[in-house]
Design a protein around this ligand. Sequence first.
Ligand code: 72W
Ligand code: MG
Length: 214
Amino acid sequence: MDQSKEQRILNTVSYNAVKGDPESVMKCIDKYCSQYEWAMNVGDEKGLILDKIVEEADPSVVLELGTYCGYSAIRIARLLKPKARLLTIEFNPEFASIAKEIIDIAGLSDKVTILEGHSEDIIPQLKKKYEVETLDFVFLDHWKERYAPDTVLLEECGLLRKGSILLADNVVFPGAPEFLKYVRNNQRFECTSYPSHLEYMQVEDAMEKAVYLG
Ligand SMILES: CCc1ncnc2c1ncn2[C@@H]1O[C@H](/C=C/CNC(=O)c2cc(-c3ccc(F)cc3)cc(O)c2O)[C@@H](O)[C@H]1O
Ligand SMILES: [Mg+2]
């Protein structure tokens, strides 16, 4: 059976990237996905916005929803201080195993834990099973119609604290209208829009930052 696109992305990383160098892994994926096969990584343009927001927040505990191939997990984890950690949720076993290998090649396995399963099943386990108190930073990049319900779930599970930062990819394209409506009309969130472009394309997109006010 011929390989999947995600397997080809792993091949190009394991063949071309410098082991232990997250930047070279990111460059390798961005090069492959802009020249050969488009893939839904956050990419280098929105990635720079993500970098700035993560650096400013300097989070200790990060949750990512939707690992895919691990590109944004690497992007975020490479900026974290020594004791900080990133938990990333992925329900597709093939993507989870490919992401694990790519994160390992980047040398970030000690900072990143991939939790295999559905976000709505794993989020309620974060406190007891994964020893999370509250989340400093959440990157939402999974199914777009799950952004809003999972945001409600995070709050219900007591995982958000005053100043917790939610950053959502693709709020323009493919779009996350329910999420935007929910956070923008909610006094408990302070929202900022970051206009950009869809990864590797000229299409308009944006990321939305929603800071939880408690
Ligand atoms: C059930 C909850 C739940 N629990 C755990 N894991 C979950 C999950 N729901 C999903 N996953 C995993 O997350 C990833 C999916 C991500 C979904 N992302 C986009 O759809 C997207 C699309 C475009 C675009 C597509 C086509 C275009 F033409 C243009 C743009 C661009 C983007 O940046 C995009 O992020 C996969 O790994 C899923 O296995
Ligand atoms: Mg995305």
